[in-house]
Write a protein that binds this ligand. Sequence first.
Ligand code: PEP
Ligand code: MN
Length: 234
Amino acid sequence: MIIAGPCAVESRQQAKTSAAFLASLGVQWMRGGAHKPRTRPDSFQGLGHEGWRILKEAADENGLKIVSEVTDCRHVEEACNWLDMLQVGARNAQNYDLLREAGKTGLPVLLKRGLAMTLGEWDGAAEYVAQAGCDQLILCERGHRTYMDHVRFMLDFAAVLLMKAQGYMVIIDPSHAAGRRDLVVLLAKAALTIGADGLIVEVHPSPDTALCDGPQQLTHGQFEELWTWINGTK
Ligand code: PEP
Ligand code: MN
């Protein structure tokens, strides 16, 4: 499963450019955050529900399916009007009420690993989603916090292998892990080589002007290189 698209939905134009690009390659799943969990309140917070509306319009025009993050139980019902899959992000991976609400919807749920979650805690969080009724659960390893700063978070390939061995479908997010685009394609290739079930990767029509996570978003050219590699190695 390959999911690609911008960190955040920023405008109708940006969403449409992204969707048309991804569809032209044959990508089926697009990402785009509308409710963004940002470290600081003065940073771009996303377009909210309007962002989901824009994302769906762009996706529908190009035959794509969409995944976006829900950060609040109160948004889950609205999210179901627009999204094909709900993402629970790293910062909410142990928000048990949100996990239950997302699990109840009947939509597939993409559950990221928390910034400092053990595998047991991740399995527990996954169980909340599953017991609420979700039968299409996808885990996403996106790196954990360490004392080092050469990458934003440390991608944990052992976790991918161990959670897969427990029967989970596990994809990786090389973008939030690396935090820098020069490593993203290589980490993605490495993850697929060890058997990860897919990727969620940030791609932006103009990463240097992105409103969120610019340094880690791939250019269209870089994503195309990765996509070509993926299809050549199938
Ligand atoms: C995201 O994918 O938009 C995101 C915020 O990721 P994470 O929850 O892994 O930080
Ligand atoms: Mn991001």
